[in-house]
Design a protein around this ligand. Sequence first.
Ligand code: NAD
Ligand code: DAU
Length: 340
Amino acid sequence: MKILVTGGAGFIGGNFVHYMIHKYPEDEIVNLDLLTYAGNLETLKAVEDKPNYKFVKGDIADREFVFALFEREKFDVVINFAAESHVDRSIKNPGIFVQTNVMGTVVLLDAAKTYGVKRFHQVSTDEVYGDLPLDRPDLFFTESTPLHTSSPYSSSKASADLFVMAYHRTFGLPVTISRCSNNYGPYQFPEKLIPLIISRALDNEELPVYGKGENVRDWLHVEDHCAAIDLIVRNGRVGEVYNIGGHNERTNLEVVKTILHALGKPESLIRYVTDRPGHDMRYAIDPTKMETELGWKPKYVFDTGIQQTINWYLENKEWWEHIISGEYSQYFEKMYGDKL
Ligand code: NAD
Ligand code: DAU
């Protein structure tokens, strides 16, 4: 099989490339990535010389370029990870989220339709369902929960999902969509909560917690996410949505304190800052469909996964220090200057 992975220089796409290259040496992986601030080829060092792997730099929203690539490569499967992925950035600059997440997805869908790919898989998010109240722990997102978005990011992802479904119904394109909860694990860009807290705590810097830190996220180890996508692409039913999550709900404050405790750092590093506008309260996935239909089961619970992740950041300081010393060095001031 020849598989196009878009956004494979990012966090989840990068982990997925590693996963696939090792699990299926007979398959060919082409990684198309624009290398925005979030794309990092250092993540892919261990696979760059593998005979079944190729990197191509380009924009999923560049129609001419994408069509030429599909014409040349004749992909069997397309898995679209490429996106602008950070909610806070979408609040500062929504336009690029429409361009990449919506327009880029439509360009890929058109190319997939024109060149007859056998499966188009869209990597979506549980944020398309909006949020759940804190006082109703009995409620979970299922695949039939209505789309009800809060941020420019989640609105762009929901729009993309609607286009994916429209291409299935109108043109018969064989699509699947996965919607997963917050990922964590190796190679996550240190703008997201867990790597931000680990890297800043190690440098004894203050740790920004939005509002009261009571918002709840349902944490999924990236390796469990990769295994789930692999299952959906191989065995999932065309035209279906699959929710991915492992029942690992934690408040943000619990997550931050767990990390501080594991690193032996004081809670006095915590700094409560102005809340994110429109901040979703709670995400929680019901993964019954993945479990019963595809036999998926996560390997990690949060307590083991977070320890493995902390160890990875301790053992791979060079990877994140290169990021922090580059473009990202001005980022903290730019994003948090008016929150502090
Ligand atoms: P990321 O920001 O780490 O990586 C995104 C990658 O896409 C980067 O390598 C970037 O260079 C690339 N990219 C951006 N614009 C592009 C363009 N126009 N053309 C080609 N490449 C482009 O994101 P991530 O956290 O790995 O998320 C991957 C996907 O999973 C996204 O679609 C995101 O919406 C979804 N998702 C993420 C999470 C999470 O917790 N991180 C959870 C649910 C869903
Ligand atoms: O649920 C899936 C989504 O998870 C993905 O679709 C997004 O791509 C991904 O970025 C993530 O979105 P969140 O907004 O939940 O992730 P983030 O790491 O930005 O924030 C996690 C929680 O921590 C959220 O409640 C906001 C809070 N937070 C975040 C940062 C960066 C803080 O309190 N302080 C911070 O500095």
